[in-house]
Design a protein around this ligand. Structure first.
Ligand code: ATP
Ligand code: MG
Length: 421
């Protein structure tokens, strides 16, 4: 929860505060309105009494002194000099006064405010008790409602807590309501699905890698066993040859696997890379191996990226072309406003249309027997794909006019600096 109070506490506190302010203002307003309306009533009565007295004085003259007592309103009659000439019982409590002229005399009526004070008192006690009770009620209800609303979150949390690496197939409960909590649960579940998926792929990779490493290892072991149990049975140097060949295959495999795990970080080094330079260097290497390489289509093609990784892309494509070509390979580099493109073609057997997606998967070889002889591990194109996508590019296979496969790598020129993870 951290430094701040829990959502539940804050919501409840806020609700109680708002309610308290509203109730206090409401109570004061109620008291004020009630008092002023009672006062107005009393004032009217006093005024009526004063004018009745004045009329009486003007019509019949001053009342007899004894007449005063019957009235619940106290009054005085003053002469012009301000001397009290007649009066009722004197009033002691708080009161309001109303005056009225009656010829030479002035009538003053005193109205008691006792009734107003009594009514106020009668209201204050229930308010003093009622307001806290209301606040308690509001606080309690808010607390319960928020607790209920948060209950699914707690259920999700508990489920996630219990999902370990071993049990990634589990999912959190998705509440039926179509709200933020529902969406949170959905997002959690999608995340769990991705975790499960990547874990499966990782396990598959480890399984494939182990499988791949097992066959050169057992070849080495077999040769060594034969050499040990039948000394002289193997022709001179055959053991060393077998060990060299198989361990070379293993080394290549291990290097490629390392490369695969590293492509993500490699892509973060950014420099200007000239695809044409890489292509021409690769072509020279292939020519030394006796292949005919057509580089007439190599134009400028500058992209931003990791030079070593890009060189690996060209190398893997060239290796494949060299391996499968009947005799001729063509490399093309060109760039437009939108992308830079590298194309490697050969005149070999090509890749059947239905396999053109699959060849980019790890450890996929189309011609098992031949690939084994050649020492291919099936990782070359997977590495190409990984590096190219890390540079926001695409790689596709089509058929080549030369007769074999055509592998086309494209890097968007605006997007190569974009984020990749
Ligand atoms: N130019 C090509 N012509 C025909 N088939 C190809 C070509 N390039 C790739 N392939 C097919 O695609 C498969 C996968 O290629 P990839 O480069 O991934 O693996 P590999 O070449 O067998 O092994 P590695 O590259 O790890 O040594 C190859 O085994 C091959 O069957
Ligand atoms: Mg290859």
């Amino acid at each position: 929860m951290g430094e701040r109070a829990s959502v539940r506490l804050r919501t409840t506190g806020f609700a109680v505060l708002v309610m308290a302010v509203a109730l206090i203002i409401g109570s004061f307003a109620l008291l004020f309105l009630m008092r002023s309306s009672l006062r107005a009533g009393i004032e009217t009565t006093a005024e009526q009494r004063a004018s009745a007295l004045a009329t009486q004085i003007e019509t019949y003259g001053l009342p007899a002194p004894s007449e005063a007592d019957e009235d619940e309103l106290a009054w005085q009659i003053l002469d012009a000099a301000g001397t009290v000439v007649r009066s009722s019982e004197p009033l002691t409590d708080s009161h309001i006064t109303v005056t009225e002229d009656a010829g030479p005399y002035t009538v003053v009526v005193f109205a008691s405010l006792d009734e107003v004070d009594d009514s106020t008192e009668a209201l204050v006690t229930p308010l003093l008790l009622g307001v806290p009770v209301m606040l308690l009620l509001v606080g309690g209800v808010t607390w319960l409602v928020v607790t209920r609303a948060l209950a699914p979150v707690e259920r999700i949390r508990r489920e996630v807590e219990s999902i370990t690496g071993e049990r990634l197939d589990r999912r959190v409960p998705e509440p039926p309501s179509r709200d933020e909590i529902h969406r949170l649960a959905q997002t959690m579940n999608r995340m769990l699905a991705r975790l499960e998926d990547s874990r499966e792929r990782q396990q598959q990779f480890v399984a494939d890698a182990s499988h791949e490493l097992r066959s050169p290892l057992s070849s080495i072991r077999q040769a060594a066993e034969v050499a040990q149990s039948h000394p002289g049975a193997l022709p001179e140097g055959e053991l060393a040859e077998a060990v060299l060949e198989e361990s070379g295959r293993m080394q290549r495999l291990v290097e490629q696997m390392l490369l695969l795990t590293r492509t993500g970080t490699a892509a973060r080094r950014r420099q200007d890379v000239d695809l044409d330079d890489l292509a021409l260097a690769e072509a020279r290497r292939m020519r030394r191996a006796g292949l005919t390489v057509d580089t007439s289509g190599v134009g400028a093609g500058r992209v931003r990226g990791d030079r070593a990784a890009m060189a690996q892309v060209v190398r893997n494509l060239a290796d494949n072309a060299a391996r499968h070509a009947a005799g001729a390979v063509a490399i093309t580099v060109r760039s437009t406003d939108e992308f830079a493109e590298l194309v490697v073609e050969d005149d070999g057997g090509g890749i059947p249309a239905e396999q053109r997606e699959r060849v980019f998967e790890r450890f996929v070889r189309l011609d098992e027997a031949r690939a084994r002889d050649d020492g291919g591990s099936g990782l070359g194109l997977a590495i190409v794909k990984e590096i190219v996508s890390a540079h926001a590019g695409t790689v596709t296979v089509t058929g080549s006019p030369l007769g074999g496969a055509c592998l086309r790598v494209r890097f968007p020129l605006m997007g190569t600096g974009a984020d990749m993870s």
